[in-house]
Design a binder for this molecule. Structure first.
Ligand code: ARG
Length: 490
């Protein structure tokens, strides 16, 4: 019996993996351009931690993504006769988002390296940046270029070319990767790392914004195209790339980046440093709380329904069909409990996204509900099992059917045992829903990251959300306790 369950789980795993890793054949006909034009919008993915390329700025009281890459995106969208929509995500998930159709193009100061070219198509180059290293001003005398960090640690964004090159082209130097450049700068200032490798214009922007920083040349050995930026499109979108190239060529010919886009971005950088008080960002935090609560409430609701179904399925006995259903439910519960929620969230968003294109919030709610259902099923099963067998025997000997016994005798008693665990699940989900920030849902952690990159303040936003999370969980646990007590009374 146990063996069969294991075989079954292995089978499911094999099928899922086989399907997910199947080779994707390129579309015969290239409808990339027509599709975007029909849709009327061009979705640009970017990682807004990279001034002056892309960064968050407060425009008319609202946080917005601005920068020269956004201007490049606008120009391309205009050339296609469609509207631009900018989507923020971490740098290392941009190309996955492109391949799974979450975004139509990536503009993020991205260098068209040979490895990337294998997976996506690039336009012509729109800007040459070059690499620099940002260091603490107080230590500027110690470092001259990439070779002076022996025995020290250099930081670089995960998934970036600087990360790979720092690993390849330095000796006796540790390379620390982090998802966001703003976090790397904070790590630098708190002396966890000695330097941060990034594009020169970005280094200049960080140094101009922060008096404690300085920059040095990197002297990485690289070709010009490996240090220049281009726009990425999904592999095989020849028509779309050709259309975008018309705009890119104009940008180059008229030197629009230097003449127009960079000065405009510079203005935002200045206004950006005006107010860094946390009160100023109450709206951003409020949005975060809203999303966190929406995700939690929806997931607990759907998770509970799924949990009831699963727990009932796990208690089925008898014929082949019932046994099969029981196995399926058991396999599901084991599988979900045996894989990290973070992976489940990414699988629903990116994996399921290959079949149906779900928005990030919906994907997040689905993933967390699916996850929570497995745990809730176990709480319910445990609660039901904890009701004394004598209760069933008594009810049945009074002539009640097994269904009626369950409904009127067992479940009401079981619920008293289940309730506290359900309450705990709710509170756990308030905290764990923060995982969906990785797919770009504007919940509390995501919002705090925006505030951090907006204000260049590292600790304050974290302290704020820590307090906010505690207020939410504490209030919830008080309310749940109240219900629990009134349930014990009757
Ligand atoms: N140019 C580097 C690369 O292509 C880093 C770009 C980082 N961009 C960003 N928006 N954080 O890997």
């Amino acid at each position: 019996m146990k063996k069969k369950v294991i075989i079954f789980i292995t089978l499911i795993l094999a099928i899922t993996l086989g399907w997910a890793t199947r080779p994707t054949t390129a579309h015969a006909a290239d409808d990339s351009l027509v599709r975007v034009q029909k849709k009327g919008t061009l979705v640009m993915g970017t990682s807004p931690d990279y001034p002056p390329y892309e960064f968050q700025a407060t425009v008319h009281g609202k946080s917005k993504i601005v920068g020269m890459d956004v201007a490049v995106g606008e120009k391309i969208a205009k050339g296609l006769g469609v509207k631009l929509k900018v989507k923020s995500m971490s740098f290392d998930s941009l190309l996955v988002a492109l391949q799974t159709g979450k975004v139509d193009m990536v503009i993020s100061g991205m260098n068209p390296t040979p490895a990337r070219k294998k997976n996506v198509d690039f336009t012509h180059l729109y800007y040459q940046g070059g690499y620099s290293i940002v260091v603490n001003k107080s230590e500027k005398g110690l470092y001259h270029d990439k070779d002076s960090f022996k025995g020290k640690t250099i930081g670089a964004q995960t998934g970036s070319t600087m990360y790979n090159e720092s690993k390849k082209q330095t000796t006796d130097t540790k390379v620390k990767g982090m998802t966001s450049v703003s976090d790397l700068i904070l790590a630098l200032q708190s002396h966890k790392i000695a330097g941060v490798a990034m594009e020169k214009p970005s280094a200049q922007a960080y140094v101009a914004n922060n008096k404690q920083l300085a920059m040095i040349p990197s002297h990485f050995d690289l070709s010009a195209s490996d240090t220049s930026a281009a726009v990425a499109f999904k592999k095989g979108s020849t028509a779309l790339v050709a259309a975008a190239n018309k705009s890119v060529d104009q940008i180059r010919k008229q030197d629009l980046v230097n003449q127009d886009y960079l000065p405009a971005a510079g203005k935002y950088l200045k206004t950006n440093t005006v107010n860094t008080s946390m009160w100023h960002y109450w709206k951003a935090f409020l949005t975060g709380i809203e999303y966190t609560l929406i995700i939690t409430v929806c997931s607990v609701f759907f998770g509970f329904i799924l949990g009831v179904i699963l727990s009932l399925a796990r208690m089925l006995h008898g014929g082949v069909v019932k046994t099969l259903i029981r196995w399926l439910a058991t396999a599901y519960v084991e599988f979900i409990r045996g894989t990290p929620m973070m992976v489940q969230v990414m699988f629903v968003y990116f994996g399921l996204g290959l079949i149906v294109n779900l928005p990030a919030l919906t994907s997040g709610i689905i993933a967390i509900s699916l996850n929570s259902g497995a745990y809730v099923a176990e709480y319910i099963r445990g609660g039901i099992n904890s009701v004394d067998d004598g209760q069933t025997e008594a009810a049945r000997s009074l002539g009640m059917t097994s269904g009626a016994t369950m409904r009127f005798v067992i479940l009401p008693q079981a619920l008293k045992n289940i309730w506290p665990s359900l309450g705990n699940e709710f509170i756990t989900l308030i905290k764990d829903s923060s995982i969906v920030s990785i797919i770009g849902v504007s919940e509390l952690i995501f919002q705090s990251n925006i505030v951090r990159s907006d204000t260049y303040r590292g600790v304050a936003p974290i302290a704020v959300i820590m307090v906010l999370y505690f207020i939410m969980t504490f209030t919830a646990s008080r309310i749940l306790n109240h219900f629990e007590r009134s349930m014990q009374h009757d």
